[in-house]
Design a binder for this molecule. Structure first.
Ligand code: 5AD
Ligand code: SF4
Length: 446
């Protein structure tokens, strides 16, 4: 019998990485697939794409062109394209890449085994980029992991429709996963040694699940309380958030749950109300500042990171200066920043844009200069402090152990003993902008 060997290439965010790991679990379970890192050895090639900012189409056909040659030598190879570009382009992909067997969307990858079976049997391409009513989560087998920190998706899709963003069209409407399934997945991870959970979703703080049995809504706050009851989970992280859903209730939860880290990613996008309005972000700068102020009342040491878009249509020098001022006023930590990229079919792509690309690049450069300066300031402040690290592994590059601090910095440290999977106290002795160096001090009993 044909042995299935699967190669997956993933573009994009943590969410796509998570989806790819679930695809691998499903394929192992149902098709007895072996996962390979070598594309030459595989007979099933899947590309999990992202279209949030990149010029994804060209990149896609470039990649597929390489795989076409492999298929020429071995026609039994199955090629599948999934993720957001597949969702966006659908059948159109076949016009340029007729040799593709399967096109699947972010919400239909649980159907891949059946699609592969059919593609082989009927020797015909198959497309399924629908948004099914029964969500894919129901089909996830329990995964195996050797890691100490794990991602868990709690909500999919987005209803916000920011004017620049493709996500609501490619991933569909907000769909919260059952809290029971989430807890089951976390307990399964805990039984394998996981101590830190990173909750994922386009808007985790919009989580809302209606339990028909108890006739009750489970909010994000309630979910956090349930996770916090799992005593082996010592750290909880979550990305990404929307300021509109960052309620007082959620802020107060930081008082009740010490496992929530003192680090929050809360995308603001711009420091100008005019631009936020054009982006349809549904909050203003005052509201964003209030959230941070209230949060810092509860957690004085919390560090905030953000996302920024520069060069949005209509952004003038003053709007841009307001963005820089916001970073400094709120003392923001390491943030992500991008030049606005028009996405097909979005309202912003039809807005008048008078700023030339050179000016946009200049703004991005300046913005990143300030963000880097802030990041460096926070990292360097940590020199000579003792930090709590969850040890994740041994680096093959510098032969030092590594793990993360609460504020999401990677620390490489020396230790005569292997403490992988444990929390340790490490003295920071040196710093780069994004990473730190230290020495083992003691094992931390939690
Ligand atoms: N252009 C540039 N950046 C974008 N983002 C989302 N859509 C676009 C776009 N069209 C950025 C936002 C978001 C992050 C995940 O990607 O900053 O928070
Ligand atoms: Fe996109 Fe806005 Fe939804 Fe975030 S909140 S995924 S930026 S539409």
């Amino acid at each position: 019998m044909l042995k299935n060997k699967l190669y997956i290439k993933t573009w994009g965010c943590q969410m796509n990485e998570y989806d790819s790991s679930k695809i691998a679990d499903i394929m192992k379970n149902e098709l007895n697939c072996q996962i390979t890192k070598s594309v030459q050895k595989a007979n099933i090639l899947l590309l999990n794409t992202c279209s949030i900012r990149e010029k994804a189409q060209e990149k896609l056909f470039h990649q597929l062109g390489r795989w076409k040659l492999l298929k020429k030598n071995n026609p039994d190879i199955i090629i599948g394209v999934g993720g957001c570009v597949a969702s966006q382009e659908g059948k159109k992909i076949l016009k340029r890449a007729y040799y593709i067997d399967i096109i699947f969307g972010p919400q239909t990858f649980h159907r891949l085994p059946k699609m592969i079976y059919n593609a082989r049997k009927f020797k015909k391409y198959l497309i399924d980029i629908s948004f099914p009513k029964i969500e894919k989560f129901k089909f996830f087998p329990l995964s195996k992991t050797k890691k100490t920190s794990a991602f868990v998706t709690i909500i999919e899709g987005c209803n916000k429709y920011c004017t620049y963003c493709i996500v609501p069209y490619t991933r569909g409407k907000e769909l919260s996963r059952s809290y029971k399934d989430i807890i089951l997945e976390i307990k399964n991870l805990v039984s394998q040694g996981v101590k830190e959970i990173h909750l994922l979703g386009q808007n985790v703080n919009a989580y809302k699940y209606f339990d028909k049995k108890t006739n009750q809504y489970y909010t994000f706050e309630k979910l956090l309380e349930l996770i916090a009851q799992i005593k082996e989970i010592k750290r909880i992280r979550f990305t990404t958030n929307h300021p509109k859903n960052f309620t007082d209730e959620l802020i107060n939860i930081y008082n009740k749950i010490p496992q929530l880290v003192n680090f929050l990613h809360l995308p603001v996008q711009s420091g100008s109300d005019k631009i936020l309005n054009l982006m349809k972000r549904q909050y203003n700068i005052e509201k964003y500042k209030q959230i941070i102020k209230k949060l810092k009342n509860v957690r004085p040491l919390i560090q905030i990171s953000s996302d920024f878009i520069v060069g949005f249509p209509g952004e003038d020098q003053k709007d841009f200066n307001d963005t820089i001022s916001l970073i400094l006023d709120l003392d923001l930590d390491m943030s992500f920043s991008f030049i606005y990229s028009p996405r097909p079919g979005t309202p912003a792509s039809k807005m008048k844009d008078n700023t030339n690309i050179l000016e946009k690049k200049k703004r991005l450069y300046l913005l990143q200069y300030y963000i880097k300066k802030q990041t460096k300031k926070f990292s360097f402040k940590m020199i000579n402090t003792i930090q709590l690290i969850l040890v994740e592994g041994l680096s093959l590059q510098n032969h030092k152990f590594y793990g993360k601090t609460e504020n999401n910095r990677i620390v490489f440290f020396t230790s005569s003993k292997n403490y992988i999977g444990k929390f340790v106290n490490v003295k920071i002795i040196d710093a780069n902008i994004y990473s730190l160096y230290g020495e083992f001090i003691s094992l931390h009993k939690m």
